[in-house]
Design a protein around this ligand. Structure first.
Ligand code: C2E
Ligand code: MG
Ligand code: MG
Length: 557
């Protein structure tokens, strides 16, 4: 820009402000995994009657040199606050706007007072306005800057570090200041360079270890959007979603799109600090949470090949919010059509494995530590680990990590596990599942030579028939009381370990003994309560001993 043009700009600046030729455009910001709008950045535009729209690159350096940028920034802040107010009064609850501050602004002693008075004038809460500053700003005059920074922070303002990675990045700024958000420069995504992406993955990991939220700007393609989700970047902004737009268009966008609620912001904020590109994300996250970010336990940095998923669960269902490619691959190895297949199975199926997975998740919700489960499914040996990340009304978000094993040694272990689990079942005479809410009974294991009955009209009918045929007459009344379906749930619930147990004499002569223990155990599930009846033989001495005791003290049973 020539000297003359520069002088011309400066001459018209005051007039442009007064006549409303300088206005903010708004560029929306989105939550990566949900795609919901979380806020917008205010970017200055100057509409010159002769030259048309001028971009910040044309006038910001000029205003900075002339000491006028402060007036511009305060004007943009004022108009942003006015816009916030007008949206609220129209029932549009977008409540996060970021504005850019220039390094020159910090030379003004009344910066803090000025900013707060503008917010107060429009009744805008502090959390609604985020201040973006670039790092080059902080390398000069550290002391003044630190003082003002602290003042804003103490007063409840969030400060975002803009353009990290452009220009002269210095990691010192992260040591000296507490930022809430790091905004990564679009340069990292340019040219699709693998180095740029690897760097970005590492920087996102690093930000998380420091407890700083992450946002990348300049997203132009679907592919970039997906890459950032897999890198764990929480928020995105760029032409792919929307260019900066004038007020009215911004208001229309808010009406058209999902806007994140304040409750969701807290929830997703917690989830956002979870680093899923680390080699061992679950355990490292627990360590990090316990030690606190200031004790900076570093996450390992590497390409995001972790098998990790974010799964939202309620009492009724599972919903995959995100799954890494590696996780999807392993789900397919287990024979599902992808996460949708497993999601459906987890929500509906009554098989043993799904019940176990539900129990694992319930344990994770209670324990707040990593819960792990190993099993064999369709000849594939797998390990599933679950960790609670955050909760909100009716929902909880867990991180799941899935490993499948296929080396020779691992397959052998898998085979053993299969053999052992069936061996385990064969130590019982009978294993039955009761779905009391839906009145269904399923035998899952019956020992050899045990009679199998036709299905009866009702469960009560089957029970009565079984009792008459199999239980010794002396114990029949007691057996029916023990198995009383009307009170079964209540009795199990009331017992401290969630099972009830008793002993009965049965007529199964092939085992050579008449005493059996019967146990009803509650299995936790999401959809309904399931109870498992196991009947196991008591042998030898113990059995004879029972005969003697009961003969002498019949009142005991
Ligand atoms: P910034 O704060 O980093 O803003 C992001 C810039 O990237 C904006 O340029 C935006 O239009 C542009 N951008 C957004 N998405 C994309 C994309 O997908 N691809 C590409 N190629 N560009 C994208 P803009 O509006 O020209 O602003 C440039 C810079 O001027 C801003 O960078 C900011 O540092 C400064 N600026 C803008 N408004 C203000 C202001 O009110 N006060 C101060 N002090 N500086 C401002
Ligand atoms: Mg900015
Ligand atoms: Mg920027």
């Amino acid at each position: 820009m020539s000297r003359i043009e520069e002088a011309c700009l400066l001459k018209h600046f005051q007039e442009a402000v007064e006549k409303g030729f300088i206005r903010p455009y708004f560029q929306p910001i989105f939550r990566s995994v949900t795609g919901n709008m979380i806020g917008a950045e205010a970017l200055a535009r100057w509409f010159d009657p002769e030259k048309g729209m001028l971009s910040p690159a044309d006038f910001i350096p000029v205003l900075e040199r002339a000491g006028l940028i402060y007036d511009l920034d305060m004007e943009i802040l004022r108009q942003t606050c006015a816009f916030y107010r007008s949206l609220q009064s129209r029932g549009i609850l977008l409540n996060l706007f970021s504005v850019n501050l220039s390094r020159e602004d910090f030379r003004h002693d009344d910066l803090f007072e000025k900013v707060t008075s503008i917010l107060d004038q429009y009744g805008v809460p502090r959390e609604a306005i985020r201040l973006e500053i670039t790092e080059s700003l902080m390398l000069e005059d550290t002391e003044t800057f630190q003082r003002v920074f602290r003042r804003f922070h103490d007063a409840g303002f969030s400060i975002w570090l803009d353009d990290f990675g452009s220009g002269y990045s210095s990691l010192n700024v992260l040591q000296n200041y507490e930022f809430d958000v790091m905004k990564f420069d679009m340069l990292f995504l340019r040219d699709d360079s693998p180095r740029g992406r690897q760097l970005l993955i590492s920087l996102i990991s690093m930000a998380k270890t420091l407890g700083i939220h992450t946002l990348t700007e300049g997203i132009e393609t679907e592919e970039q959007r997906e890459f950032l989700i897999s890198a764990g970047c929480e928020a995105q902004q760029g032409f792919y979603y929307s260019k900066p737009v004038p007020e009215e268009e911004m208001a229309a966008l808010c009406e058209k799109q999902n806007v994140e609620t304040p409750e969701d912001r807290g929830y997703w904020g917690e989830i956002g600090l979870f680093n899923f590109t680390s080699p061992n994300p679950l355990h490292e996250y627990v360590k990090w949470k316990t030690a606190g970010p200031e004790n900076g336990i570093g996450y390992g940095y590497r390409q995001s090949d972790s098998s990790i998923a974010l799964v939202e669960c309620s009492m009724e269902r599972f919903r995959y919010v995100y799954a890494s490619d590696e996780y999807k691959k392993r789900i397919r190895e287990l024979g599902f059509d992808g996460v949708g297949g497993l999601e459906g199975a987890l929500s509906n199926q009554r098989s043993h494995m799904f019940l176990m997975i539900r129990k694992l998740v319930l344990d994770a919700l209670e324990q707040k530590s990593v819960q792990t489960f190993e099993y064999v499914y369709k000849d594939v040996y797998f390990r599933l680990s679950v960790l609670l990340l955050a909760r909100k009304e009716g929902w909880a978000m867990v991180a799941m990590r899935l490993n499948t094993f296929d080396s020779e040694r691992e397959v052998k272990t898998a085979q053993e596990m299969l053999n052992y689990s069936s061996a385990l079942l064969s130590t019982y005479e009978l294993v039955v599942l009761f779905y009391l809410d839906s009145n269904i009974v399923k035998r899952i294991y019956t020992a050899n030579k045990m009679p199998v009955y036709d299905h009866e009209e009702t469960i009560e009918e089957s029970l009565r028939k079984f009792c008459e045929a199999e239980v010794e007459p002396v114990d029949q009344a007691r057996y029916l009381r023990f198995m009383d379906l009307k009170t079964m749930m209540e009795r199990v619930d009331a017992s401290p370990k969630k099972f009830i147990q008793s002993i009965f004499r049965m007529r199964w002569i092939h085992t050579g003994s008449s005493w059996y223990t019967a146990r009803i155990t509650q299995i936790p599930t999401f959809t309904e309560k399931v109870h498992m009846l196991t009947i196991q033989n008591i042998q030898g001495n113990v059995s004879q001993w029972l005969d003697t005791v009961v003969m002498e003290h019949p009142e005991l049973v």
